[in-house]
Design a protein around this ligand. Structure first.
Ligand code: BGP
Length: 485
């Protein structure tokens, strides 16, 4: 019977815009990730409001720069506390730490020709600290973090001009951290530009109007090309670097065994998941997209040069975030819905959902791992998995989170089943290994960590770090290479 490989990367994941804070320190420019356009407009489960968040709201949030800030900009002050945090990760036994570099810390407006040394130095220091404990960095180049200037003054991802700035940024960090970072991920959840367009590309329906869908698909096309450009640069600069690609994996089941529903599942999977990974791993925009563009009256500009870059620079590995599974049907009106803060999806009567409507499905992890392996035969990383929950800090600073342990345990057990099925899983990262600001709701109270951070939804608290019960549990899991759960 197979076990997890000896060099399996037990990890924890974060993102700069959700944990660093220090949004206006060290020469950093503003980024999409700093903006918190909709709170208090957005309620936990009101997807409609989130989808229609307007540019006006963004501007309002932008205008209050320096005053009345919402906690997202503060993050959890990782910028000043990274040493303390990494020490805790070492105590936990983490083999790998997923973090992101904030693009506007390096190029504040995105367009500068010379990088900001203070920003580069910060990540040098973080890598040194990780090296001290032998923790392997897994680095995202863009985690919802495009410089705001590029969005407001350069048409963002809508035109190929951004690829010039992107390439400059990518070359800069690949050169600077050569030999220190082996695993690079150009984009977090590249399909996010379609399901949360303002976070992925700064797109708003009230600005784009009838071109909204067209803009979303044009932007994601250039992001796919940008992902391949990162691979092209890595080949030249640091051949030891391994470049991946990542989606938020929406594993989808048919609501019934009616052939129409089963066929709809294939289509949903193609459009929501495989379009991105097929393009980046097989090097070709899949033919089903031609039909999709035609049926949706989309006229996406795709040059021969774009196709060439994609075909010559396929990713070395594939990754996804896995939190839940969905249900679809040929007739979506008939579906009973579950409304999460990310997407509206069909309800699965066999699954329980988290407080935020995310349907927990450990077997779906084994299922999707098999699907991804069968399709690509490339190494796979689960770069995010975890349970967002409200935790209670007891008077003695303990936090009892058996629900989180149950969630993680059941997913790791199913991941082991996939390993036994022969799937080449390289690593597993608990999302929000330390509590941080939620990207979807911008709340602090949606916590994922095995480490608690004392801060509330309004940025109040001591920011002290406390170990939850799940800390000792994950420590044991890592020490036993996933066998003692
Ligand atoms: C993913 C993002 C993360 C993270 C996570 C949890 O989509 O890559 O940034 O936040 O989801 O989502 P949320 O914070 O909305 O609960």
């Amino acid at each position: 019977m197979k076990e997890f490989p000896k060099d399996f990367l037990w990890g924890g994941a974060t993102a700069a815009c959700q944990c660093e804070g220090a949004w206006n320190e060290g020469g950093k420019g503003l980024t999409l990730g700093d903006m918190k356009p909709y709170r208090p407009f957005l309620k936990r489960t009101d997807l409609h409001e989130q989808r229609t968040v307007s540019m006006e709201m963004l501007r309002e949030a932008h205008a209050e720069k320096g005053t009345g800030l919402y906690p997202k900009r503060y993050g959890i002050d990782f910028y000043h506390r990274y040493k303390e945090d990494i020490k805790l990760f070492a105590e936990l036994g983490l083999k790998s730490f997923r973090m992101s570099i904030s693009w506007p810390r390096i190029f504040p407006r995105g367009i500068e020709e010379v990088p900001n040394e203070e920003g580069l130095k910060f990540y040098d220091d973080v890598f040194s600290e990780l090296e001290k404990y032998g923790i392997e960095p897994m680095v995202t180049m863009n985690h919802y973090d495009t410089p705001l200037y590029l969005i407001e003054h350069k048409d963002g991802w809508k035109t190929p001009e951004i690829l010039i700035y992107w390439e400059r940024y990518v070359r800069t960090i690949l050169k600077r951290y050569k030999g220190r970072v082996k695993y690079w991920l150009p984009f977090n959840e590249i399909n996010a530009t379609i399901f949360i367009p303002y976070m992925g590309a700064g797109l708003f329906p009230d600005v784009e109007k009838e071109n909204f869908k067209q803009s979303c698909y044009q932007c994601v096309h250039y992001q796919l090309v940008a992902n391949a450009i990162a691979k092209k640069c890595a080949k030249e600069i640091d051949p030891n670097a391994q470049i991946g690609c990542m989606i938020a994996r929406f594993t989808t089941y048919p609501a019934t065994c009616k052939p129409e529903d089963v066929m709809q599942t294939v289509l949903d999977e193609n459009y929501e998941n495989y379009y991105y990974t097929d393009t980046l791993l097989l090097g070709k925009i899949p033919a089903y997209m031609d039909r999709f563009y035609e049926e949706n009256n989309l006229n996406i500009k795709i040059s021969d040069e774009d196709r060439k870059i994609l075909s010559e620079n396929t990713s070395d590995w594939v990754a996804y975030s896995y939190y839940m599974s969905l249900v679809t049907s040929a007739n979506t009106d008939e579906l009973e819905k579950t409304n999460s803060n990310l997407i509206i999806a069909g309800k699965n009567p066999y699954l329980e959902a988290s407080e935020w409507g995310w349907q927990k499905d450990p077997i779906g992890l084994r299922y999707s791992l098999n699907q991804m392996w069968d399709r690509y035969h490339k190494p796979i990383f689960i770069l995010e998995n975890g349970l967002g929950a409200v935790d209670k800090l007891e008077a003695d600073h303990s936090i009892h989170d058996p629900y989180r342990i149950d969630y993680l345990k059941s997913h790791i057990q199913q991941m082991l089943e996939a390993v036994k099925d022969g799937v080449d899983v390289k690593g597993y990262y608990i999302w929000g290994i330390i509590d941080l600001i939620s990207s979807g709701t911008h709340e602090m109270s949606k916590r994922y960590g095995v480490i608690y951070v004392d801060q509330d939804d309004y940025g109040k608290g001591t920011l002290a770090r406390y170990k939850k019960d799940s800390f000792a549990w994950y420590q044991k899991c890592i020490a036993s290479n996933g066998m003692d759960l």
